[in-house]
Design a protein around this ligand. Structure first.
Ligand code: GTP
Ligand code: MG
Length: 296
């Protein structure tokens, strides 16, 4: 029997915070599995999206942004991002048009690429924000920071350049069997994504240090016939933050719940009954044991 040859491999999305790594993962998948916000350091853990074509499979790892970290949580995030690079066949290093104006600032995060000695493509994201004429000079300026295999301008949000990007990635994948069933979009559990969706709504509806002091724990996930009942706790670090997350007359927490429920219903394709609590756990982001419970 003449078996059709397939190509498959693992690809990491890496780069500084906020450049659009998670938006790109969702764009390539055509489905939202990784949370997105205008604030840096949104993604905290590695999450794999599985993009399957007729004769290829790309297992794409979204990673936390690489930044100068000090707190234990942030150090852990950067470690996860750097460790992910060691497991992959190809690295997609992402920058955006704002950062690309200052190539010097990229050199540091590009330093992790030099350690890896792996093929890396550079993606310049958010080209929808600038005049097309400015793209070529930008590409020329960025060539110097690393011997990239190729440089591709994209707009993860609008979908520009994603077909070309897919072709360029598949071209470089080794021949091999499909690594996952072709009908599943991610290796993450529904429970994990639900926790992330709630955390995203906290990122979108609170400010200053609160998003960075927030973790979400799923206490109960009960998948009924027509309805899923979910109990979750939003964990914050200080008493004063609790009042803010709950908001005047409970408004902020209610909005977080409404936004999260809508997205969770879309994810699960079922009606959802979401119950949220807010709990103070002093200094959790420095507590190794609690961080392990969260999956770090
Ligand atoms: N205009 C424009 N905005 C974009 C594009 N891609 C992402 N964004 C926005 O950039 C912000 C950051 O996007 P994310 O996908 O969360 O970025 P990230 O690199 O995953 O960030 P971290 O997880 O914090 O490292 C969000 O407000 C996105 O909507 C794009 O192509 N064009
Ligand atoms: Mg992200």
């Amino acid at each position: 029997m003449n078996e059709k040859k397939t190509k498959s491999g693992v690809i990491a999305l890496a780069g500084p915070p906020n450049v659009g790594k998670s938006t790109l993962l969702n764009g390539l998948l055509g489905q939202k599995i990784s949370i997105v916000s205008p604030k840096p350091q949104t993604t905290r853990n590695r999450i794999a999206g599985i993009v399957s074509g007729e004769d290829y499979q790309m297992v794409i790892l979204d990673t936390p942004g690489i930044h100068e970290a000090r707190s234990p949580l942030n150090l852990e995030m950067v470690r996860i991002a750097c460790d992910s690079l060691a497991e992959v066949d190809l690295i997609l290093f992402i920058t955006d048009v704002t950062l690309a104006r200052e190539p010097e600032r990229q050199e540091k995060s590009a330093g992790v690429l030099r350690e890896q000695k792996k093929p890396a493509l550079l993606l310049i994201n958010k080209i929808d924000l600038i005049d097309r004429k400015k793209i070529l000079p930008m590409i020329n300026k960025l060539r110097g920071i690393h011997p990239f295999t190729s440089i591709i301008p994209i707009s993860a949000k609008k979908g520009d350049g994603l077909e070309l990007l897919t072709r360029e990635v598949v071209k470089r994948l080794p021949e091999g069997p499909m690594l996952y069933p072709t009908d599943i979009p991610t290796d993450a559990s529904e429970r994990f994504i639900v926790g992330e969706i709630i955390r995203e709504k906290v990122f979108l509806r609170t400010s200053q240090e609160i998003p960075y002091s927030t973790a979400v724990v799923i206490d109960d996930f009960n998948d009924g016939k027509n309805k899923v009942t979910i109990h979750a706790t939003i964990v914050i670090e200080k008493r004063a933050q609790k009042a803010i997350v709950i908001g005047k007359g409970g408004k902020c927490l209610k909005d977080i719940g409404i936004g999260a429920r809508k997205d969770i219903e879309a994810l699960l394709g079922k009606r959802v009954n979401l119950k949220l609590w807010v709990k103070v756990k002093k200094g959790w982001s420095r507590d190794q044991r609690f961080m392990r419970e969260l999956g770090f």
